[in-house]
Design a protein. Structure first.
Length: 397
């Protein structure tokens, strides 16, 4: 009987100890469960080329992904998420309710699966976030020979189809002037080497032509402080060490606030105003034909910080609607050009020479009579420009 009582006491003691251990385990799991499972709950990822075969096409719902490390500047304000891939190729797959383009960055979460292999689980995309990543911006394809940096201003040449999606072929501005430019988004775009998957060399851009689309545009480093309502423009790639950045004393982009830094890039929130009138001097002589299709190219000028006219570095080619048949426009004549539905029309009415000389067309004979009177008109125009007055054709700048 004594032995039975001892065994009962021992059994009760063991039950108490097991109960205490169970309670400790429950407390441990309550404290640690989130931390233990965090790496399998939400991860930052990017769709990528599959390990085998081709990237899925629309309307696919399962996509190869690789995981990313991510970083952002801790100071509150406008920051850009910086990412780096943890793998050099596909890590796993994820399910998305909407189609994901190759290279889409998005958060994914892990869920336990069903059946015998349920513990392995699967990865799922956040549908709304993934869709926003896909739709934000206009698809771009880099045809330049250098990396296109974030927020840089670019010129559009034409389009190319990549994976069933139309992309704008873009590069840094050269010497040809565009009425409007497109702005690269937050990601740098590597240059296409002539081979490989075209989608690797793509990004997203924005026209910035309305209030809802206004946003950051890269600027030169001296653009600091409050610049509200000031207007800035571009110089060609060969004219600046920071291609595709806004410069002073040129038109096109209106500043909406202070300049600031995004991951080392100085930007200003801007809205773009398409430039449809330019002013300058013609670089090539032109004689009007019977068909009326004579053309010349204008070297664009703008007024610099010192008030004097200076070359912008851009050129436009324009028709000459105001020349008579056989009339010649001489090199170096001041005038303006207006944009009409895909082409420029030049207006050289400020040309002081008379129609009879057939040396410089478009002007009228002055009060002094003949070529001499016209010469006085040209001198008066140059005096107006040097004094800072803005006559016909200078309003844009």
């Amino acid at each position: 009987m004594h032995d039975v009582l001892r065994m009962r006491e021992e059994l009760l003691r063991m039950q108490r100890e097991v109960g205490e251990l169970k309670e400790q385990l429950r407390q441990f799991f309550r404290a640690r469960a989130d931390k233990m499972d965090l790496f399998r709950q939400v991860r930052w990822a990017e769709t990528c080329n599959p390990a085998v075969g081709l990237y899925p096409t629309d309307p696919a719902t399962v996509f190869p992904i690789q995981f990313l490390d991510a970083h952002f500047d801790a100071a509150p304000g406008n920051q850009v998420l910086s990412t780096a891939a943890r793998q050099s190729s596909q890590a796993t797959t994820c399910f998305s309710a909407t189609y994901l383009a190759n290279g889409t960055k998005l958060p994914v979460f892990w869920l336990r699966g069903l059946g015998e292999d349920g513990d392995e689980g699967e990865w799922f995309a956040f549908p709304s976030t993934a869709q926003a990543q896909q739709d934000a911006g206009i698809p771009l394809f880099n045809i330049d020979n250098q990396i296109i940096q974030p927020f840089r201003v670019l010129e559009v040449l034409d389009t190319i189809d990549i994976g069933g999606t139309s992309h704008l072929r873009v590069r840094y501005p050269r010497g040809g002037f565009k009425t409007k430019w497109i702005v690269n988004g937050v990601n740098a775009i590597p240059p296409y080497p002539g081979f490989g998957d075209l989608s690797t060399y793509t990004g997203r851009g924005f026209w910035r032509t309305d209030q809802d689309d206004a946003g950051p545009v890269a600027t030169s480093l001296d653009m600091t402080g409050v610049l509200i309502d000031q207007e800035f423009g571009l110089q060609p790639t060969f004219a600046t060490s920071l291609p595709g950045t806004l410069q002073k004393f040129a038109p096109g982009f209106t500043a909406l606030g202070e300049s600031y830094l995004i991951s080392g890039t100085r930007v200003i929130n801007c809205r773009q105003r398409p430039v449809t009138t330019v002013f300058g001097k013609n670089r090539t002589a032109a004689t009007q034909t019977a068909a009326g299709d004579a053309q010349t190219d204008i070297d664009i000028f703008f007024r610099g910080q010192n008030g004097k006219m200076q070359r912008a570095g851009f050129v436009v080619i324009c028709y000459l609607p105001f020349l008579e048949k056989g009339e010649t426009l001489k090199v170096g004549t001041w005038g303006k050009a207006d944009w009409y539905s895909g082409h420029w029309e030049g207006d050289f009415d400020c040309d002081p020479d008379t129609l009879d000389t057939q040396q410089q067309g478009g002007g009228q004979q002055g009060d002094g009579g003949g070529q001499g009177g016209g010469g006085g008109g040209q001198q008066q125009l140059l005096e107006l420009m040097s004094s800072g007055s803005t006559g016909t054709g200078t309003g844009t700048f």
